[in-house]
Design a protein around this ligand. Sequence first.
Ligand SMILES: Cc1cc2nc3c(=O)[nH]c(=O)nc-3n(C[C@H](O)[C@H](O)[C@H](O)COP(=O)(O)OP(=O)(O)OC[C@H]3O[C@@H](n4cnc5c(N)ncnc54)[C@H](O)[C@@H]3O)c2cc1C
Length: 399
Amino acid sequence: MATPEKILIIGGGIGGLACALALIRRGIAVEVYEQADQLREVGAGVQMGANGTRVLHALGLKAALEATQVVASGKQARLWNTGQAWTTFDLGAASQQRYGAPHIFMHRGDLQAALADAIAREQPDAIRLGRRFASLVQDADGVSVTFADGATARGALAIGADGIRSAMRAGLFGPDRPEFTGVVAWRGLVPMAALPAHLRSNAATSWLGPGGHALHYPVRRGTLMNIVGFIERSDWQIESWTERGSHAELANDFRGWHADLHAILGRIEAPYKWALMIRPAMPRWSQGRVTLLGDACHPTLPFLGQGAVMAIEDAYVLAACLAKHANDHGAALARYEAGRRERTAAVVARSLQTRMKAVDRAFANAESAAGHIEREWKQERVTERYDWIYRYDATTAVV
Ligand SMILES: Cc1cc2nc3c(=O)[nH]c(=O)nc-3n(C[C@H](O)[C@H](O)[C@H](O)COP(=O)(O)OP(=O)(O)OC[C@H]3O[C@@H](n4cnc5c(N)ncnc54)[C@H](O)[C@@H]3O)c2cc1C
């Protein structure tokens, strides 16, 4: 099997770096072009189910992840106004035994650094920073990319891993039409040591309220608490990881919620807000010698905690397809799309359904919240919702 020439990857986020490492592990040279001047992931956590950690371990990252990850253990739900707490079934804690891989919580920067370090050890010049993709042209032999600063690069193929507002996608298929869901996500990190002692917990906690939902869990060996708060709002619709909000605005969005939640929200070092959008599924991801992965082609709402994991699964399967069909990029990209389309569409659709539950108006009082927890969070219902997600093994997918 001939090894294809160098492959260009646009975007050095979680999906782009995972793809670069997966290709390098198969002996395929890559160049990753990232617009940022530094590889510095936004300050936020990411949870990763067994279907994600399984792939990262196969890429040789087990020890690197273990240096900073927190393994899920213990889960509770709390009522928005009284703070009443229920201990609920924790599929994450059962993950290693049930799925053969752990469910972990990580700082996104730690995950990105683990990927980048592994790439640098194998191919020190692979990651090129400060290069913003502007346009590309394809011909019979390859793809030529031009960056915003006028620099160019050429490779056998190009992969767009440039995220939810992908310029690669727009260049190939035209502008998209995102639709606002009516929900804004707040997120931030709090030093664990800054929290009152009773809130320094390793349990993942979900706060249920009318028209809102908050989730917090520890990252970076338990030294930081990651918190995400979802709230129904119609007045603000900017989709960006880097849009700062104020503490006053955040406190107002969760007005009337319990003091423990405010104790965490009030200590966020820098609160960011993100308007959640949905997009129709794309009929195709590839054109000629170019394809897309991750949020660039199937952005999802975050309610199943699977966006980054889907990008990682894509990365592994795409690398396997390119290695197997090394002499036929058309076949490789067709196999990749065929292998990934149905699964990613199912995750997108189920996340949208979960959005309705996550900000359910029924959580106004203890009886309705208790009824919901009793119905939806018992072991059978939780495993029914997540088993198909966590069991999938991208490392053995037939390509
Ligand atoms: C509130 C919230 C919570 C979430 N929580 C989770 C979770 O717990 N678990 C989970 O699995 N997922 C979660 N997600 C989803 C997850 O963050 C994304 O699905 C994931 O980051 C997608 O990875 P990606 O590599 O496709 O894109 P990104 O991570 O967005 O990376 C894209 C990269 O491309 C670069 N780029 C963009 N344009 C250009 C250009 N023109 N030229 C060069 N480079 C460019 C960007 O700078 C960036 O580095 C969450 C999302 C949100 C909004």
